[in-house]
Design a binder for this molecule. Structure first.
Ligand code: PAF
Length: 280
């Protein structure tokens, strides 16, 4: 398993793989890898001859008051996990390798990025789309793998790939949870033991909402009410949003029918956590 920092070097390696007729999978990450990432890598390894894991904390997708400086990083740990999962290569560029001083081209989207996380993170998806467009151009993968925990990101990336005719398949993979239900996230490491317990309110309240829908509740406002009531019982929790939208178009719904995404972002102390479920 190699760690490559330079775009040209990576391109040469991929070129060689292509000449050998190999298929290539990409797992884009910001590092500090956990079991959720590992599940994506394992799936990519099963479905492709060669797998690249990008490990890049993308400055462009962080707002000025967000956690870019403190975002956890541990390349040695990541390298071990990637090797164990069977991938071939980590792409770990410096920000200056990805964004030259005169960088001035962006990929943005009018729909899908304005609601949910886009409301409080207005520049986030522009940064995500731009870095992914670059990674897709550099790696030219056949398939790229994304977790459903960032459901809005998954919908946005699929739409971008279709809009801009990137010739690859986007594969969405299930949320991986801790045994007690907390969705795995690199940001869980920010939580104190007390906050870690409080963080369970996300999966617990979503479970209530899902059960209500499964029992026949079709009124989105009522389901959201059930969920927010549960979250508000937790003193350390502060709701950013709880919403039910169509999946994958992310349009607001009042009556629950067809495929819907129920998504939330909740601050536990200073840490913003997200979680969701999709129901048909
Ligand atoms: O989900 C993430 O970790 C990031 O948003 C991604 C897709 C790697 C782009 O930087």
């Amino acid at each position: 398993m190699e760690i490559i920092e330079k775009i040209d070097e990576l391109r040469e390696i991929v070129k060689k793989w292509r000449l050998e007729g190999k298929t290539v999978g990409l797992v884009p990450t910001m590092g500090y890898l956990h079991e959720g990432h590992k599940s994506l890598i394992v799936r990519a390894v099963a479905e492709n001859d060669k797998v690249v894991v990008s490990d890049f904390v993308n400055p462009m997708q962080f707002g000025p008051t967000e956690d870019l400086a403190t975002y956890p990083r541990d390349l040695d740990h990541d390298a071990k996990l990637v090797e164990d999962a069977g991938a071939d290569l980590i792409f770990h560029p410096e920000p200056s390798e990805m964004y030259l001083d005169d960088f001035s081209s962006y990929v943005d989207m009018n729909t899908l990025t304005k609601g949910l996380c886009g409301k409080t993170r207005p520049i986030h998806f522009r940064g995500v789309c731009t870095v992914l467009a670059k990674l897709f151009n550099i790696v030219t993968p056949d398939k790229a793998y994304f977790g459903q925990k960032d459901a809005q990101q998954l919908a946005v990336v699929k739409h971008m790939v279709s809009d801009l005719n990137f010739g690859l398949e986007i594969v969405g993979c299930p949320i991986i949870r801790e045994e007690d239900g907390l969705a795995k996230s690199s940001r869980n490491t920010y939580l104190s033991p007390e906050e870690r317990k409080a963080g369970l309110v996300l999966s617990r309240s979503l479970k209530h909402g899902k059960e209500a829908i499964e029992a026949g509740e079709k009124d989105a406002t009522k389901v959201i009410g059930l969920i927010t009531d549960e979250i508000n019982k937790e003193p350390l929790a502060k709701i950013d949003y709880v919403e039910i939208v169509t999946w994958p178009d992310l349009k607001e719904v009042s009556t629950i029918e067809g495929s819907v995404l129920c998504a939330m972002a909740v601050y536990i102390g200073k840490t913003r956590l997200i979680d969701n479920f999709i129901i048909d």
